[in-house]
Design a protein around this ligand. Sequence first.
Ligand code: F6R
Length: 616
Amino acid sequence: MCGIVGAFLRGKPCLAALVRGLRVLEYRGYDSVGVGVLQAGELVVRRKAGRIEELERLLAADAGALDEVSVGIGHSRWATHGPPTDENAHPHCDWRGRIALVHNGIIENYQELRAELALRKIPLRSQTDTEVLAHWIGIELEGAGGDLAEAVRRALLRVRGYYAIAVLSGGERPQMVASREGPPLCLASTPEGAWLASDPLALIEHARDIVFLEDGDVAELAPGKLVVRGRDGALVARESVHVAWNAEAADRGGFAHFMLKEIHEQPDVVARGLFGRVDLERGDVTLPGEFFSDASLKQVTRVQISACGTALHAGLVARYLIEGLAGVPVDVDFASEFRYRQPVLVPGTLALGISQSGETADTLAALRLARSLGCRQLSFCNAVGSTMVRESEATLLLEAGPEIGVASTKAFVAMLVAATLFAVRLGRARARLTRAAASELLGELGRMRMNLERLLTREVVDKIRALAERHKDARGFLFLARGINYPIALEGALKLKEISYKHAEGYAAGEMKHGPIAMIDRDMTTVVIASRDSVASKVRSNIEQIRARGGPVICVGDDEESLAVSDERVVVPGLSPWLSPIANVVPLQLFAYHVALARGCDIDKPRNLAKSVTVE
Ligand code: F6R
């Protein structure tokens, strides 16, 4: 949902660093791109619809004229108000060209502010909500005696909505100011320079000690300076967080796409998620803090999971694990639905939010609602320092490392690992799971790294590529499974549709005969996930029914009989049904990847999508 960057360097050129930062953040939106810099105190803006290459072409046309500038802000856009045109690209300036603004979020009352600007005869040049705020800051600059930080603070008092912004002003005293209300914004300042970005990934090449702004903060940055004030103008202290990710984590490391790299990282991700958390001897999971103690977990009467997209699918798997291993009832909701209904939460309900980014607007709102209703909150989250981690009472960090591919893969697998660990801890705390049963399951989870490696060999990958090439022109795809693998059918369909634009639906296999079977013919490919579990024979019957109607079936799993009666197959190592989703999803990710590749799609930047959905 838009990426913003800023750099204020001590006497060193900043343009290349801004463009590199935008490249790291491009996953957040790629409709248009732009920078605003200060050249001899004057604001210069370069912006363009399209991707970073467009901006690079514009900058090349300047023939080095901006090479020496040392202060600037930049933006990559995911359009909300107004189509992705040059005029709507950020930065936006006030009508006198004294300030430039980049913005991630939505100004909800922009029509009202727009009407006031019209009364003041201030002309608007774009259809964005952002430009309105730029003028408003320009207006406040007078009353603030030319101080940009104060003008921003005053202007934001008029704004309803959510935003992360960076603002630049020139003249004799250049100022760079940032503020947030909702979407993330992180900052760093050293004697050499000050930087800001929507994601710490864009900062780690410059600094590791990073300050995450809180809602309502207005910060002014310069080399060696980082002053943060609250809405009321009073100074506030913000501690920095040390971010240990390395810069290499943010490049493709020889893979054609981030998505493929991240699929191949999954064996390591599983191992990292388990590191230091498993005690086979005691048959238990070690998680730090009082929250995870027996006494605390015994008070949990129900679990309410809220999440979106792929994270929601992880939540659906978590339901099977928590109910099955810990005997605690679980509800799972789309965060976007949960937040707007009037949920009835019984005393002792634990609200569990699941999110890779920790910044998804709906998931954050769902957790806040649950908190206001008296629930304790736990999050499974990948982004250290994210809003979700900071707001939750406890967090199980996913430890998947930065996920850049817009289609989530390794974070999903890490969520399944976290769900298993939590379900085991809860089951042990409530004496529902025996030491021996827990130890066996955790031992098998420890071997998952090796099992995932077996699914990522050249041989298996080539086989899936060939399958994808044969089926890429199917009219549509149905993904079927039952039980704990039903959410994997949903996930397989989501992966395929989001990156290949083929229509795909995930269905509970038992529901097939209640409607979807009407769609079966030889142009409709069905992918069946068949694990050797208590419902294996029923899934096998579904396969027979589809084949009897001429529909091609690809079977993924470890149930030999289902594999044998299908047209094509990907064999997954035999696993306990509880853990089978972790392995079964991998061939489906690869299948989606190769269908998209064969169809020539832009895999890491699928159309209309953005990695982090910080708006509703
Ligand atoms: C799909 C995908 C999205 C996200 C969803 C939630 O591949 O990535 O469906 O899962 O937008 O994002 P997080 O996990 O950041 O809350």
